[in-house]
Design a protein. Structure first.
Ligand SMILES: NC(=O)c1ccc[n+]([C@@H]2O[C@H](COP(=O)([O-])OP(=O)(O)OC[C@H]3O[C@@H](n4cnc5c(N)ncnc54)[C@H](O)[C@@H]3O)[C@@H](O)[C@H]2O)c1
Length: 335
């Protein structure tokens, strides 16, 4: 059986990917330093998968510890989720982002290269910045507009260079768009230590705390309803994209390097998401118009032709599914 190292596997996307990997016959070895993940996620994974993945509380930059884990667990590939991820936080507090996401990553990538382990890397649509036109293909020039986006772009450049070296490292870069949703059972979802600034969690806070309505940042953008457009992709679909990428890279040579967008290819506006949430959950979302937020792109969404052709992956779930599943998770999460 293939044992897969999942860094950051107690976080949001990492935990869903671990679940889908286990359902696809892989076995998972999670490392996480708990800076944003929680150990209780292991119970949730066990409940859904019927198997408890191996877990080590470690920093991925501790390469000596990691080397021992790789040898002990006979690891055959790695998926690297561990990173700091909050765009606005990275603007006000940039250096920890470069230290964790880039400095720590160099030794980690070098260890994967030394051990001959293929790597799937979590990147982000943030590497494109504010693309014009808003539909980004993998060839769209990268022009990040936050330290977070730059940290991801730097890692991509490191991986591309490492694939061309004498003893190369093979990798697949997945650029996710806006990841949303939870498990339809309500058993697994985003359980971060920080309050999520993402749209659906913000909608849920406004429903639960009626005194603090959701502020829509900008209602006068040049879009059909005046609010920003984003590509919201369900976390279960994103997890499946990792299984497809892993099955693909395990068959490639050691100098393989490719980049794929992971999105639905369809933009939704902020108002459309609010309306979907109200419709699906039969609830009112208290909201107010607010002013534009500095640095917000008007619109962006993914071109998905490449991942469809080469990895045979397309998204299946909808924004409605995400609204339903996140509300169910919000009601269950403290149970
Ligand atoms: N959530 C999104 O919409 C989104 C979009 C694009 C890209 N991404 C990227 O996907 C990856 C996963 O995102 P997520 O939403 O699951 O984030 P998350 O914060 O929920 O999960 C990241 C996990 O990594 C752990 N971690 C952080 N630094 C670590 C370190 N040095 N050593 C060990 N563990 C560490 C955290 O404790 C956490 O459990 C990140 O790299 C993020 O940048 C996320």
């Amino acid at each position: 059986m293939n044992n897969i190292l999942v860094t950051g596997g107690l976080g949001y996307i990492g935990s869903f990917t671990a679940l889908r990997l286990m359902a696809s016959g892989f076995s998972c070895v999670i490392i996480d330093n708990l800076s944003n993940g929680k150990v209780s996620t292991l119970d949730r994974l066990e409940k859904l998968a019927g198997v408890r993945p191996a877990f080590y509380e470690n920093d991925f930059a501790d390469t000596q510890a990691l080397k021992n884990i790789i040898e002990q667990e006979s690891i055959s590939a790695a998926i690297h989720f561990a990173a700091f991820k909050y765009v606005n936080d990275s603007v006000t507090n940039s250096l920890p982002y470069f230290r964790n996401n880039v400095a720590g990553f160099i030794d980690f990538a070098d260890l994967m290269r030394e051990k001959g382990l293929p790597l799937i890397f979590s990147s982000s649509a943030a590497v494109y910045g504010s693309p014009d036109p808003p539909r980004s293909t993998e060839q769209t020039p990268c022009n990040p507009d936050s330290p977070y986006g730059w940290s991801k772009r730097m890692d991509e450049v490191i991986l591309q260079a490492a694939a061309a070296g004498e003893q190369p490292l093979s990798s697949i870069v997945l650029r996710y768009f806006n990841v949303v949703g939870a498990h339809p059972s309500g058993v697994l979802g985003e359980d971060a230590r920080q309050t999520s600034p993402m749209l659906i969690p913000s909608i849920i806070r406004s429903v639960l705390e009626e005194s603090s309505p959701l502020i829509i940042n900008g209602t006068d953008y040049p879009t059909p309803d005046g609010t920003c457009l984003r590509d919201y992709v369900h976390v279960l679909d994103v997890a499946d994209a990792h299984v497809a990428a892993l099955n693909h890279i395990l068959k490639q040579s050691r100098d393989y390097f490719e980049v794929f967008n992971v999105g639905t290819g369809r933009p939704n506006s902020v108002l459309e998401v609010i309306n979907a949430f109200e419709r699906v959950n039969k609830l009112k979302v208290p909201h107010e118009k607010g002013s534009r937020r500095a640095g917000d792109a008007v619109a962006y969404f993914a071109a998905t032709d490449k991942i469809k052709e080469q990895l045979n992956w397309t998204s299946k779930l909808t924004v409605e599914d995400a609204c339903h599943d996140e509300w169910k998770w919000a009601q269950n999460k403290n149970v």
